[in-house]
Design a protein around this ligand. Structure first.
Ligand code: NAD
Length: 244
């Protein structure tokens, strides 16, 4: 049966891929992002079928906006089955200077920006869907993590902190919401390229399969996990690194 899905961060590389994967199997998808222009093409593509789509501008740092996004999906399709919490990033993409920084170079504002987006934003998403999911005694919350949350990375202290924090948030929410049949999991996608990125050969070598992750494969995994009935509280690594 087709599902009603929200994808945050849908203007980005992974959010777009996840939205397309749900659309491909006929799901109804609300695509959301703080940066709405790229969502227009995505909505047009998804509305070619077999799925359907609408878009929503949202800043996940603001609970009222997140709740409005959830209500928009429910008003349109009368239910909600899945939220894919993908919006977020590190200082290199989130900050105005687009610069990653050493821990000693971070200002309080830098730190707060990454915490508010990745951690508080995901908390807002969980909180906003909990009530409708409890009412229908079903739902999937699938959070985008990162292996950097386990391994750490130079110039990514704030980012790594949030991604490690998401593991605790996910496990606690899974424990609390399990009795309502709500599934909560984290997916670590592995390294995925952005336009203009230079491939770091060290990452290729760290992967036992000597290749990096494909956004479409990450999207297909989200769809698969959203159909599972007995899996919650788990962290899935979608690459072939075995170093954490
Ligand atoms: N690309 C990778 O190699 C990689 C690896 C591990 C984890 N991840 C995670 O995957 C997710 C998506 O990454 P991506 O590579 O597609 O990045 P991206 O920059 O292409 O997409 C991130 C999206 O989030 C949106 N966003 C940022 N702040 C927001 C806010 N406050 N409210 C709503 N939307 C907001 C951005 O506008 C952007 O469209 C992130 O959580 C990232 O940490 C990516």
């Amino acid at each position: 049966m087709e599902k009603v899905v929200i994808v945050t961060g849908a203007a980005g590389v992974l959010g777009g891929a996840v939205a397309r994967a749900f659309g491909k199997v006929g799901d109804k998808v609300l695509v959301a992002d703080i940066n709405p222009p790229p969502l227009q093409d995505l909505v047009a593509l998804l509305n070619q079928g077999p799925g359907q789509a609408i878009s929503c501008q949202v800043d996940i740092r603001d609970y009222d906006q997140v709740n409005g996004m959830v209500q928009q999906a429910i008003a349109k399709w009368k239910r909600l089955d899945v939220i894919a919490c993908i919006a977020g990033q590190g200082l290199g993409r989130l900050s105005r200077e687009k610069k990653e920084k050493l821990v000693i170079e971070h200002t309080d504002d830098d730190w707060d920006l990454v915490m508010e987006t990745n951690l508080k934003g995901t908390f807002h998403c969980i909180k906003a869907v909990a009530e409708p999911f409890m009412a229908q005694r079903d739902g999937h919350i699938i959070i985008m993590g990162s292996g950097t949350g386990s391994r750490g990375r130079v110039r990514a202290s704030s980012y790594a902190t949030t991604k490690a924090g998401l593991y605790g948030l996910m496990k606690s929410a899974a424990l609390e919401l399990g009795e309502h049949n709500i599934k909560v999991n984290v997916v670590n996608p592995g390294r995925v390229m952005h336009a203009g990125d230079v491939l770091d050969q060290r990452i290729v070598q760290e992967n036992t399969l000597k290749r990096i992750s494909e956004p479409s494969e990450v999207g297909d995994f989200y769809v698969h996990l959203s159909r599972m009935k007995q899996v919650s509280g788990q962290i899935f690594n979608l690459d072939s690194r075995i170093i954490f």
